[in-house]
Design a protein around this ligand. Sequence first.
Ligand code: NAD
Ligand code: LMR
Length: 332
Amino acid sequence: MAKNPVRVLVTGAAGQIGYALVPMIARGAMLGPDQPVILHMLDIEPAAEALNGVKMELIDAAFPLLKGVVATTDVAEACKDVNIAVMVGGFPRKEGMERKDVMSKNVSIYKAQASALEKHAAPDCKVLVVANPANTNALILKEFAPSIPAKNITCLTRLDHNRALGQISERLNVHVSDVKNVIIWGNHSSTQYPDVNHATVTTSGGEKSVREIVTDDNWLNSEFITTVQQRGAAIIKARKLSSALSAASSACDHIRNWVLGTPKGTWVSMGVYSDGSYGIQEGLIYSFPVTCEKGEWSIVQGLKIDEFSRAKMDATAKELAEEKSLAYSCLN
Ligand code: NAD
Ligand code: LMR
């Protein structure tokens, strides 16, 4: 029997991530090849014509899984009955800007959209915030939508996770799908901590730890980390625009694993509401290693944390606590 369509909201759908993301969703990259979808696309009035153009292209592409398209500048209409909300709308960072610079513009959007989601979305709606500052926007959304369970509000650090996998695979000249269990701890910013201490590579001789195969500790402890931390800025420098196709693809990975589960023995990184695991204070949206089953994520427990990691995990938590105060000062 055919499945009922799932309603997926994409905000900022006329923007560059939106343009890459909506066809991926309509092709089944987010929810699977047998899951019909109805796309809800929101943008602001100045982008209304462009948004309508995206709708025209979606119709022209004749996606078999796409059962309907709502393209609107009305937040309430956009949020009506959505099961999944991918929040991309906002202002991107330009060359030379830090994420803090986009804070004041974006947190007020997330406060307003929290209320719309709370009022109009399906009660079990799963929310993924992509727009920067992603962790803090997600936290503001959570705080201003108290009836949405905290576990349903997440932010995207899967792009950073995928970037870390990519760097290891390039270094070792192995396929990226043979590398797993890197971790992104903390903020989707240059203080994030890409951790390879538990990561493995599948080789012809079985599964080996990345630290065992990459013998150059110096590379793993410095260049690897800064390359992943600075990758967003490197893309902006090269494209004069922030990452879009990789962000869209990683957003699909994030939701797909959340809804359909993570493969056995594999974890992924997600920005989630901290429950105090690994000594990270509650009240922050912090990226942790998670596994997902039956539509629920859980933080991987019991990983050994050395002194080097501890300092980096705390530094990125500190930045998030500062961002939180800054966000509140922008809202007041
Ligand atoms: P973009 O400027 O191309 O698109 C953003 C869209 O949002 C525009 O169409 C704009 O009109 C729309 N918008 C603005 N305010 C809105 C509102 N109140 N409601 C709905 N739509 C609104 O930007 P982009 O390159 O698509 O990036 C989008 C966001 O994603 C940025 O904040 C960017 O920094 C962030 N980003 C995050 C990650 C991540 O890994 N978390 C990766 C890449 C980009
Ligand atoms: C990215 O990581 O590519 C985005 O968050 C863009 C940015 O501002 O770095």
